[in-house]
Design a protein around this ligand. Structure first.
Ligand SMILES: [Zn+2]
Length: 168
């Protein structure tokens, strides 16, 4: 899905859709199969009325299957991306912004040289890859969850509670 980035953002256009995670082949490199989850995505262009600056809002929401680095089991992790990318017209502009940032005077906004043939899905995929955790882990690994719960003697059984209710 290719757009002219300057025209797209200048006109405030929006593109959105949904596709299976496995169709993002770079994202799924090294991830376990099957990648049968869905990822919804949206790219919206915006032009600041005052400054004339051009922006792209990049959003994606879905999930991917990952390998837990603790127990090596696979699990599905929700992924959410929401980023705003500034567009510049050429490499010189980008270099100038980078120089500002190095000097500690720029913002930490991400900039992109506006491409006449911007691949929207590749942009989404870049953001998704950045959102992948470096060392994915279950919150609680299944092995740990399967351990029998310690018996809590202080807790009355439901029958005892019923018995108490009956007495009143
Ligand atoms: Zn685990």
């Amino acid at each position: 899905m290719v757009v002219d980035a300057l025209e797209f953002s200048g006109a405030g256009r929006v593109l959105e859709g949904s596709r299976a995670a496995f169709e993002f082949t770079r994202l799924c490199q090294g991830l376990p199969a099957p990648q049968d989850t869905e990822i919804a995505w949206r790219v919206a262009g915006r032009r600041d009325a005052g400054t004339g600056r051009l922006w792209l809002n990049v959003q994606a929401q879905g999930s991917v299957r990952l390998i837990c680095q603790r127990c090596l089991g696979s699990f599905v992790l929700p992924l959410q991306v929401a980023n705003t990318v500034g567009l510049v017209r050429n490499q010189a502009q980008l270099d100038a912004l980078d120089a500002l940032e190095t000097a500690g005077e720029g913002s930490d906004v991400e900039y992109l040289v506006a491409d006449r043939q911007l691949d929207v899905l590749a942009l989404i995929e870049d953001e998704l890859i950045l959102a992948l955790p470096y060392a994915p882990r279950h919150d609680v690994c299944p092995e740990a969850a399967d351990e029998p719960e310690p018996r809590d003697e202080a807790k009355p059984s439901p029958f005892a509670v019923l018995e108490q209710l009956r007495k009143h």
